[in-house]
Design a protein around this ligand. Sequence first.
Ligand code: TRP
Length: 338
Amino acid sequence: MKKLTALFLAVLMTLALAACSSGGNAPAAPGSDTGSAPAAPEGAKEVTVGLIQLMEHPSLDEIRAAITARLEEKAAENGLSIKVNYQNGQGDTSTINTICQQFVAAKADVIVAIATPAAQGAATAAEGSGIPVVFSAVTDPVAAGLVDSIEAPGGTITGTSDAIPVEKIFALAQKLTPDVKSYGLIYNTSEDNSLSVIAQVKGYLDGQKIPYVEGAVTTSADVQTSARNLLGQCDAVFAPIDNTVASAMGVLADEAIQVKKPVYVAADSMVADGGLATVGVNYTNLGSQTADMVLKVLTGTPAGEIPVEVLRDNAVVINAETAAAIGVEIPADTVTAG
Ligand code: TRP
């Protein structure tokens, strides 16, 4: 447990900087190989990982960096020489499908898919091919139709999940901004990860008799208009773990800061990008855990026999700069919930 201090802002700023520098790397051209393990020991088994990421935004980039670093670190001791073929799905379903079909045609040893829509594309493409899929950061793998059960996935698919502690986020909101009487909910209705969180949020708000207005976006270009519209009608905005909104988080944060209203979010990266606060998981840990599951699959454990790992190591993250800009005081007893 650690008190939130000015130092915490420094941590956030470091996070933001790290995100900027990783975002600055040129994305891979389709078909290019962007990484392989260093010289493998004699006799290492050569394997290929097809790595598909829905789109590039700071949190997904952080996850990918953690996955590739861990695979590289652990390859030799698992008797493997791992070649990672990374492809960016550009947030587009047909691009994702094409990439995943290419992975299957090239007989990748495993497909690793970051974020729900990428995992859904990978699962469809790999069906019947015998190629295992390990997904990463899928908020609700059952609702997304990827597995029937978290404990016993069966089939050829498993992975990691970032469960969102909805009640903890709203308890934090109540503490930071007790005067908020209504929420605007901004999300992309075609992201199953968002729909799952929004269903919980609506249940919670209905239970508390707190009114809300919904603002749907289809692409990140819609975020500004939807944000203005919601901010004009509500005291605060909540954004779930939505990739489309996350990729335009700076725009949403700027709109809210202009009218001095809070935006509560569902990921630390969205706080680093200007959102006021969240309670969420550590995505570097999530990426490392995903890589450990990939290594198990590559060394012979059937994916369906590995339970889905749901991360619950929640921590409170608050952007002190946003808080100051909109006039919200961070109570001294607000602590990270390690
Ligand atoms: N959980 C999201 C999904 O299932 C992916 C994700 C990970 C994400 N980190 C994020 C989305 C941060 C928005 C912001 O697709």
